[in-house]
Design a protein around this ligand. Structure first.
Ligand code: AMP
Length: 399
């Protein structure tokens, strides 16, 4: 990965206006922020810049307001939670461009923090419009992007601004890029990927990219059924995309050519109902009853997967191995997650996970803190795993 500039390169910034793109797209219930994780993630960058005496001007989107102001998608609703997490006063401006922004910035002292209104209240944001980007750029001397989770979008505040102002990665962006580099950029081999989750159809690009990059690809979850069925094995009533049999076979072919081992379940836990504590049994993979569905991979498969985790120097993980939200079909996911966490803690494994339900699956297993890195950036993390260039990252790394 080409080098990118970080806050370490920003030394003499007292009094400078620093536009910081952050991710404040947090969940809100009954008008209150119900999960402050994303705010906590960007706090170090904001506080570091403030302590260095910069005028810290926050840019963010919230919801999908489609280019015009929508009252319940105003960042003014989020400002109190930002103040609370930072334990510092955060001023608010009712527009991210024009007089409201300029007036609020004019009132700032060194070290002050100002949150500008939702960038997506303007159509120019998502269109990455030159005029709108220039208006945003007027408010700053320096641009810092700390929103990796929005980096798969080439929007004015995530990409465009870097063409107008000297651009730097914030601390969260930096940590994410460094972790991803260790995961698939320049990984220590062997590299093992675990991909689970519901459907092959949502992860074709992911699987196709991984088989060309990793040494072994473990496939679990509902999507394993499609691969198993593609080999002529009856999967009963299991979630299965029979129309993707050819795709599954072609992914396996590509893997073979690339020297990537494909690891499929050899047994499964089956039930007749998709609900917690449904009556269940463990069967060999070629003995799934016609009226049953596989909701988790079985103990022999877990042993196999844990063996691959032991062989790995690097692990990248997306998607649960079974229907982890309903007990006891969380067993395989929890067991493999614990094993990966133990290997990581023993210094034998670099483990990078993220995307969709993976964070909640690892939280459920209680190991999210024991992985080398868990990305909370859903779509951006997946696009990175798919091998796609992220515009918000490319613009930082291409200088
Ligand atoms: P994804 O968002 O694609 O990572 O998929 C996660 C979802 O896949 C979770 O809600 C799981 O319950 C579901 N899932 C995993 N394994 C299975 C399975 N064997 N059958 C049905 N759903 C599954």
């Amino acid at each position: 990965m080409p080098a990118f500039k970080t806050l370490d390169d920003l030394t003499d910034i007292a009094g400078k206006r620093v536009l910081v793109r952050v991710d404040l797209n947090v969940p809100v219930t009954d008008g209150k922020v119900s999960d402050t994780t994303r705010i906590e993630r960007v706090a170090p960058t904001i506080l570091e810049l403030s302590q260095k005496g910069a005028k810290v001007i926050l840019l963010a989107h919230f919801g999908r307001p489609k280019g015009e102001p929508v009252a319940d998608q105003s960042l003014s609703l989020i400002a109190p939670a930002v103040e609370e997490v930072l334990d510092q006063r955060v001023a608010f401006a009712s527009d991210c461009i024009g007089a409201p922004a300029a007036d609020a910035i004019a009132k700032m002292h060194d070290g002050d923090i100002l949150l500008l209104e939702n960038t997506r209240f303007h159509k120019g944001e998502e269109k990455n419009e030159a005029g709108f980007t220039a208006e945003l750029a007027k408010n700053g001397d320096i641009y810092v992007n700390d929103a990796f989770s929005a980096a798969h979008r080439a929007h004015a505040s995530t990409e465009g601004l870097a063409h107008h102002l000297p651009a730097y990665a914030g601390r969260t962006m930096q940590a994410e890029l460094e972790a991803l580099e260790k995961g698939l950029g320049q990984p220590t081999r062997p590299v093992v990927a675990i991909v689970g989750g519901a459907k092959v159809s949502t992860k074709i690009d992911l699987l196709s990219n991984l088989v060309t990059k990793v040494d072994a690809l473990v496939i679990g979850g509902g999507m394993a059924n499609t691969f198993i069925a593609a080999q002529g094995i009856d999967v009963g009533k299991s979630l299965c995309e029979h129309d993707l049999a050819d795709t599954a076979r072609s992914i396996m072919e590509t893997a073979k050519t690339a020297g990537c081992a494909i690891v499929l379940p050899v047994d499964g836990v089956v039930a007749r109902e998709f609900k917690a504590n449904a009556a269940n049994e463990t069967v060999e993979i070629n003995a799934i009853p016609a009226d049953a569905m596989m909701l988790d991979v079985g103990p022999k498969s877990v042993e196999l997967i844990n063996g691959w985790i032991e062989k790995a120097a690097t692990l990248v993980w997306n998607g649960p191995l079974g229907a982890f939200e309903i007990a006891p079909f969380d067993k395989a996911t929890v067991s493999a997650a614990l094993h990966a966490a133990d290997q990581t803690k023993a210094g034998k494994l670099v483990s990078v996970a993220g995307g969709g339900d993976t964070v909640s699956a690892l939280n459920h297993a209680g190991v999210a803190d024991d992985f080398s890195y868990v990305s909370t950036a859903g779509g951006a993390f997946l696009e990175w795993m798919e091998g796609k260039e992220l515009p918000g990252v490319a613009v930082l790394t291409k200088g």
